[in-house]
Design a protein around this ligand. Structure first.
Ligand code: ADP
Length: 493
């Protein structure tokens, strides 16, 4: 492999470009019109425009991506996560066009990527699944409800990103939920097929990292606890899963290997489980690099992207390194944390990224970067490693306090409060953590940004510059300098 096209954007594009470069592989980035000024483009050897801002016209446009790959003369394509990364048709098209796909074979992806097919294979492989049904037949669903009790969860076979799920609290809600979920799944995934599971009301999400080469070697690299979620989407992840029973850890790793072996899997993937008391159940498989892979890398001292590239290039996988310590990641989103966590756009006016022992930040943020709302709003992943969970937690809190971004709303203060909280410290983890402990969360009045604005105001007052008249129309003004009258660090209250 001499030249790689990265079919993605943002932090993960930059992350992959860096690993490829370290292996001496040249890189080609792609971009939509919304990303024409993005920082990850400068990190690549070449950058090719693939279309309009709409994902369907650019990052989901496999024809445009394959055309870019041909024009650039690459050998391989890495899909990152999201976008085309879990589409077997894309993996197949890449291979048929003569490029190496950095990921699993299309057939393994198709089996594990469909939740119902993966569930069946798990049962055949002796892997426990959540009590449920492969089909959403109303009569069978009623029998299931009577047998295992409500609530039930209706899910889309093609689902992803927490979409297409509906909790059914009682039998009378069943028909309506099935109809609505089928409609929603059809609209979101072009596939209305559903299945049903018992709803495990207070469980933990724990997943196993799997990686295998083309010669049949398949290993696990520990597990990650991803229980802290918002709208069924992970926001804080850690490795190892704290307090997990040693026997269950071993059983989950063995189950993951059995399932991925049965699927004929090659390259990096993840087996997700729900842990409810003394039992664990297979949830779904992700046939790609996970957003939260850095916690595994920090613990094992490895580079999963480099391993992916080597495996795709036909190299044999070495034995995994011995893990050490504990790592915690949190995802920072461009959102208005004060008003319902809505995605926000804006220009990065000021940026301070944390550093220090055990700190890693995966981001494409840079001063002057325009952040749009065209794509997923995650703008940075902040990761801390420590000799134990307490040290990783303290380091992550320090890094979050040091993180400063002006010009775009973000969720760092929310993450700080969660990680600093007693239930997080006490490992009182479940997928309902946010609902249980953080509903109605509001940012504190005084935070770092306000303090910084205070310093700027003080300097301003000293030089007696009149900045009360914005130089641009208020609608286009995003600079904190031009919003100064809104901040009152020492006035009034
Ligand atoms: P997606 O692919 O849409 O992310 P998953 O099947 O991975 O869907 O589930 C995402 C999250 O939804 C889980 O981490 C968990 O919080 C919740 N969830 C899924 N299935 C169940 C279940 N049977 N009971 C309780 N919660 C569930």
């Amino acid at each position: 492999m001499r030249k790689l096209l990265v079919a993605n954007r943002g932090e993960i594009a930059l992350r992959i470009i860096r690993s490829a470069r370290a292996l001496g592989i040249a890189t080609v980035a792609v971009y939509s019109d919304a990303d024409a000024g993005a920082t990850y483009l400068a990190a690549a050897d070449d950058a090719i425009r693939i279309g309009a801002p709409e994902a369907a016209a650019s990052y989901l446009n496999s024809d445009a991506i394959l055309a870019a790959a041909r024009a650039a003369g690459v050998d391989a394509i890495h899909p990152g996560y999201g976008f085309l990364s879990e589409r077997p048709q894309f993996a197949r098209a890449v291979a048929e066009s003569g490029f190496t796909f950095v990921g699993p074979p299309a057939a393994a992806m198709a089996t594990l990527g469909n939740k119902v097919a993966a569930r069946r294979l798990a049962v055949q492989s002796g892997v426990p699944v959540v009590p449920g049904l492969d089909v959403a037949d109303p009569t069978a669903a009623r029998r299931l409800g009577a047998a295992v009790g409500y609530p039930l969860l209706v899910k889309a076979a093609a689902g992803g990103g927490g979409r297409g799920m509906r909790v059914v609290k009682a039998e009378r809600e069943l028909d309506g939920a099935l109809e609505a979920a089928a409609r929603e799944a059809q609209a979101a995934f072009g596939d209305g097929r559903l299945f049903l599971e018992k709803y495990l009301a207070r469980s933990r999400h724990i997943e196993v990292q799997v990686i295998g080469d083309q010669f049949g070697k398949l290993v696990t690299l520990g597990e990650r606890d991803c229980s802290i979620q918002r709208r069924h989407q992970k926001i804080i992840e850690e490795s190892p899963a704290p307090g997990l029973d040693a026997a269950m850890r071993t059983q989950m790793a063995e189950a993951a290997i059995r399932l991925f072996r049965a699927a004929g899997y090659v390259n990096a993937g993840t087996a997700e489980f729900l842990v409810d008391g003394d039992s664990f159940y297979f949830l779904e498989a992700n046939t790609r690099l996970q957003v939260e892979h850095p916690v595994t890398e920090m613990r094992f001292g490895c580079d999963l992207v480099a391993e992916q590239l080597r495996i795709a290039d036909g190299e044999a996988l070495a034995d995994p390194p011995t893990p050490a310590g504990h790592a915690i990641e949190c995802r920072i989103y461009a959102e208005d944390a004060e008003r319902g966590f809505h995605p926000v756009a804006g220009r990065v006016e000021y940026l301070n990224l944390p550093a220090g022992p055990g700190i890693r930040i995966d981001t494409h943020l840079a001063t002057g970067l325009e952040i749009s709302t065209w794509y997923d709003g995650m703008v940075a992943k902040l990761i801390a490693w420590g000799a134990d969970r307490a040290q990783a937690r303290t380091r992550l809190l320090g890094a979050l306090a040091e993180f400063s971004l002006l010009g775009v709303g973000h969720t760092a203060a929310f993450l700080y409060d969660i990680i600093a909280s007693k239930p997080f410290g006490d490992i009182d983890l479940s997928t309902h953590f946010i609902d249980e402990f953080f509903t109605g969360w509001r940012p504190a009045e005084t935070d770092l940004e306000t303090a910084l604005i205070g310093c700027l105001l003080a300097a301003d007052a000293a030089t007696n510059v009149d900045r009360t008249t914005p130089s641009r129309a208020p609608a286009e003004s995003r600079s904190p300098w031009e919003r100064l009258p809104r901040f009152e660090p020492w006035g009034g209250r």
